[in-house]
Ligand binder design. Structure first.
Ligand code: ADP
Length: 476
């Protein structure tokens, strides 16, 4: 089974969110099961740096008014990867999607159209004599790959499109359509048009042979008006082609027994190291060492999606109960400001670090007692699973992948705390439940044992993707 895996970011070389973690772990898991998986990525500087020596396999004239682009082959952490070397599109400062000020690049429609267009060119065996059986593309950036394949027609590879977050859609004015060089009728309701605009994620959802998303609950939720971001009708009509496959956790990266980034290692049978991690975290952040309550941790983008405004609202209750908070994140200016102010007002109880810091993320997950993830919506979510692995009980809203991975303490197999409503009072009530269980150390210990037993290895999920591929290409 030959699979071209089309995306934009891969941990550790380039990461803006959980997508990079998935892209680092799923391809190797598929390769271990015998699939010939190769990545296709824009040649962003950070990726090129990680890829080392490259070999040029093709030079292409494009339809996007660029100089000819090169396709070069290398590897990323041992996984074969093709890079689209188009410096005028990809060799820029800032992150893959925005400039240094956080503004979308004005030519994003062309930059990411090129990614989908090159993916479809692989069907011609144009590169390296290698033709994929499946083109598996991810999120809106790669959403045009299924459209270009559909436009090509004939004997083409099967297409799979995975939605990691439906709220980022890649919408552009109607006038950009001509520059995409797709057949004119693709700009319509039965195509990639969405309320008069070009919509890249809709292209993926409409044209892919199969759609997946990253948890079973999110797969159901996105078929409703509440969570469908306007795509619910289309998704309902394609329900037979849509599956939810839960993300996993990479044990090479997130395992308290071997994690080199934390001050002491531990496992479910030897938790002394976890206490060391907690003290070190408190000390490192200037938090009080004699707090009676649990230490809550959060590692997150600070956006409306993640519900951290609820946490900010519930902070008085958290600190009144003797709890502490260690938060690492970056994003919306008002949230950053709100958390900074809370930390300034309660320096022994609330510590806030604004920015992106992989080491600190590990130290918080290991040192905290509770991982807070109060998301409004959550396609899968990773930090609650990291929390489980590290015996740091997740406190989550019952939504998306959070609902699929955390079981409330009220039932015998519980391993965390789950609340329903999206408001400060509901989170506050959940905090009270955390405090009451905290006062019963044997119950806390039982929950922690249960949490650390949870297994989110990638293999079962990788098998499900492989089954999906085989359903499309039974003889490959
Ligand atoms: P999303 O992809 O929506 O941001 P996920 O929970 O799926 O959310 O994945 C987030 C990933 O990014 C996790 O690996 C988390 O540890 C990491 N992360 C988020 N914010 C930060 C930060 N400020 N510093 C370091 N890592 C972060």
């Amino acid at each position: 089974m030959q699979v071209l895996y089309v995306s934009t970011e891969v941990y550790p070389a380039l990461k803006t969110g959980g997508l990079a973690d998935v892209n680092a772990a799923l391809p190797p898991a598929l390769i271990r099961l015998g699939a010939d998986v190769r990545l296709l990525l824009p040649a962003f500087p950070a990726l090129l740096k990680a890829a080392g020596q490259l070999e040029r396999v093709a030079k292409l004239d494009t339809v996007f008014g660029t100089a000819p682009v090169e396709i070069s082959r290398g590897t990323l952490d041992g996984v074969p990867a093709y890079f689209i070397v188009a410096p005028e599109f990809y060799a820029r400062r800032g992150n893959p999607y925005t400039d240094a000020k956080g503004q979308d690049w004005p030519d994003n429609h062309l930059r990411f159209a090129l990614l989908g267009w090159v993916a479809a060119r692989f069907a011609d065996s144009a590169f390296d004599g290698w033709r994929p059986d499946i083109v598996h593309s991810h999120d809106w950036h790669a959403g045009l790959a299924p459209a270009y394949l559909a436009a090509r027609g004939g004997d083409r590879p099967g297409s799979v499109f995975t939605v990691h977050n439906l709220s980022y859609q890649g919408q552009f004015p109607a006038e950009t359509f001509g520059a995409l060089h797709l057949p004119p009728h693709f700009f319509g309701l039965q195509g990639l048009e969405f309320y008069g605009k070009v919509n890249f994620i809709k292209a993926g959802l409409h044209y892919a042979d199969r759609i997946t998303t990253v948890s079973p609950t999110y797969a159901r939720e996105i078929q409703t008006p509440q969570q469908g971001c306007g795509m619910e009708g289309l998704l309902r009509s394609r329900a037979g082609a849509l599956t939810g496959i839960l993300n996993g956790v990479d044990p090479q990266e997130w395992n308290p027994a071997s994690d080199p980034r934390i001050p002491a290692r531990y496992d479910a049978g030897h938790l002394e190291g976890k206490a060391v991690c907690k003290t070190a975290l408190q000390t490192g952040l200037g938090l009080g060492l004699n707090a009676a309550g649990p230490l809550f941790g959060a590692v997150s983008r600070l956006t409306t999606q993640k519900g951290l405004d609820l946490l900010l609202g519930a902070l008085p209750r958290l600190t009144a109960g003797g709890g502490q908070l260690a938060l690492l994140g970056a994003g919306d200016a008002d949230l950053e400001q709100g958390f900074r102010a809370a930390a300034a007002a309660h320096p022994r109880a609330v510590a806030v670090r604004i920015g992106y810091d992989e080491d600190r993320a590990h130290r918080i997950v290991a040192g905290a007692d509770v991982m807070v993830v109060p998301s409004r919506f959550e396609p899968c979510g990773l930090t609650q699973m990291y929390g489980l692995a590290y015996g740091t009980l997740p406190l989550v809203r019952r939504v998306g992948g959070l609902a699929d991975t955390v079981t409330d303490a009220a039932v015998p197999e519980g391993d965390g705390f789950v609340f329903e409503e999206t408001n400060v009072a509901a989170l506050g009530a959940a905090l009270e439940r955390v405090f009451s269980v905290w006062r019963e150390p044997h119950i806390w210990a039982a929950l922690r044992r249960q949490a650390m037993r949870a297994d989110f290895g990638w293999e079962p999920s990788a098998r499900r993707y492989l089954d999906l591929y085989r359903g499309l290409r039974p003889h490959a």
